[in-house]
Ligand binder design. Structure first.
Ligand code: NAP
Length: 249
């Protein structure tokens, strides 16, 4: 059965890999990111492989933009019943240097964004009597120096996930979270830049700390998302899966 999936922040990184994987699994995929033009590469990656996808520009923290985006997905691809809340930003700083803007920006994209998207998509899921929601948490939810805002948001997403699982289970909707460890993307590249180290050295250093002795890649996360979004994962809900090359939780 062809279903329609939405992946936010899917222009690059983990979101792009997840969108491509869900398309390869047979779903039509809406690639949502801040700028519609930036979605083109992911859309092409999917359509070149024979899949179906559209790109939509929307800020997930903007309620009107979210409503418009979900309406467009319904009109162009069919009612969305799979949602991956992946859009994310970092505004790292030690607490004493963290500004209110750093705090609010991170809360808005991760928490408000996941809330607005989930609220809009659950209407379609409940109507269909089937749905999958996957939220991107992080090992930072366990605490990470310089990330008071991000850690709070990623821990918050775990509570959000478990509550959605409780509320929506009766409608055939599951909600789960993936907590990635160190994944090679532009986000970790930006962290290396901020710390003044080359990305290569940063990745090597991070890999040495990981039990399986390598960094993670977007496809590692896409594989976990694919499982949670599958038909056969219908009895798995409210879980947080650490995909970090080791326990970390
Ligand atoms: P990334 O490469 O920085 O990609 C994030 C994408 O989200 C970008 O395309 C960005 O758009 C988009 N985005 C940002 N704010 C948005 C908004 N308000 N509305 C819509 N889209 C927005 O990040 P990533 O490393 O792939 O991370 C993806 C998710 O995994 C995030 O939630 C992140 O916190 C989480 N995660 C990552 C790691 C890691 O090691 N990389 C580890 C744990 C968790 P622009 O390019 O226009 O800014």
């Amino acid at each position: 059965m062809t279903r329609t999936a939405i992946v936010t922040g899917a222009a690059r990184g983990i979101g792009a890999a997840t969108a491509a994987r869900l398309a390869a699994d047979g779903n039509a995929v809406a690639v949502i990111d801040l700028d519609e033009a930036h979605c083109a590469d992911t859309v092409a990656r999917i359509t070149d492989a024979g899949g179906r996808a559209i790109g939509i520009g929307a800020d997930v923290s903007d309620a009107t933009a979210v409503a418009d985006a979900v309406a467009r997905v319904e009109a162009e691809l069919g009612a969305p019943t799979i949602l991956v809340n992946n859009a994310g930003i970092i505004r790292d700083n030690l607490l004493f240097k963290m500004t209110e803007d750093d705090w609010d920006a991170v809360m808005n994209v991760h928490l408000r964004g996941a809330f607005l998207m989930s609220r809009a998509v659950q209407a379609h899921q409940v109507k269909a009597g089937w749905g999958r929601i996957v939220n991107l948490s992080s090992t930072s939810a366990l605490g990470n120096r310089g990330q008071a805002n991000y850690a709070a948001a990623k821990a918050g997403l775990q509570g959000f996930t478990k509550t959605l699982a409780l509320e929506l289970g009766r409608y055939g909707v599951t909600a789960n979270a993936i907590a990635p460890g160190f994944i090679v993307t532009d986000m970790t590249r930006a962290t290396a830049e901020r710390m003044g180290v080359s990305f290569e050295d940063f990745v090597t250093g991070a890999a040495a700390e990981v039990p399986v002795q390598r960094a993670g890649y977007p496809d590692d996360i896409a594989a976990a998302a694919s499982f949670f979004c599958s038909e056969e994962a219908g009895f798995v809900s409210g879980q947080v899966l650490y995909v970090a090359g080791g326990p970390r939780a």
